[in-house]
Design a protein around this ligand. Structure first.
Ligand code: FE2
Ligand code: FE2
Length: 145
């Protein structure tokens, strides 16, 4: 997947984190396609999960700081994504260790609950947050906008 300017939420710091998120998601997609070992895939899922926790925490911090009215609904979506990742992690032990997983089912699931999910979340939910923040933040909010 590729980050394109059309996905910008108008807040530089959040866009930069989304680009990093895309890199980590691509690492996961590649690991599922090419990895010979499920433990390697598990490591990549963990890197993605750690980064997602950081990124969601940042967005939720902005929302609380500025009394964002859509906080609860947005946070609920973040939780849904974490649940999706947990479900993927739960699938891994079912793959055969040491052999090429070649799991078609797993890559379909990752495409649906990670790739498609994040694209839709950014296009709607994060863009709404970005528009709100651009309104409330001072124009010289250095390093954020
Ligand atoms: Fe978000
Ligand atoms: Fe986001």
């Amino acid at each position: 997947m590729e980050w394109t300017p059309g996905l910008s939420v108008g807040i530089g710091k959040i866009d930069e984190q989304h680009r990093e998120l895309f890199r980590k998601i691509n690492d996961l997609v590649d690991a599922i396609k090419h990895s010979t070992c499920k433990y390697k895939i598990g490591d990549v899922v963990k890197f993605l999960e750690d980064y997602v926790i950081f990124h969601f925490g940042e967005e939720e911090g902005y929302m609380r700081e500025h009394d964002y009215p859509g906080y609860d609904a947005h946070k609920k979506q973040h939780q849904e994504f974490m649940d999706n990742l947990a479900a993927i992690k739960a699938e891994l032990p079912k793959l055969e260790g040491g052999k090429k997983p070649g799991s078609y089912g797993l890559s379909v699931e990752v495409n649906r609950v990670v790739v498609d999910w994040i694209l839709e979340h950014i296009a709607k939910i994060d863009k709404n947050l970005g528009a709100f923040l651009r309104d409330v933040l001072p124009e010289d909010a250095c390093g954020i906008i």
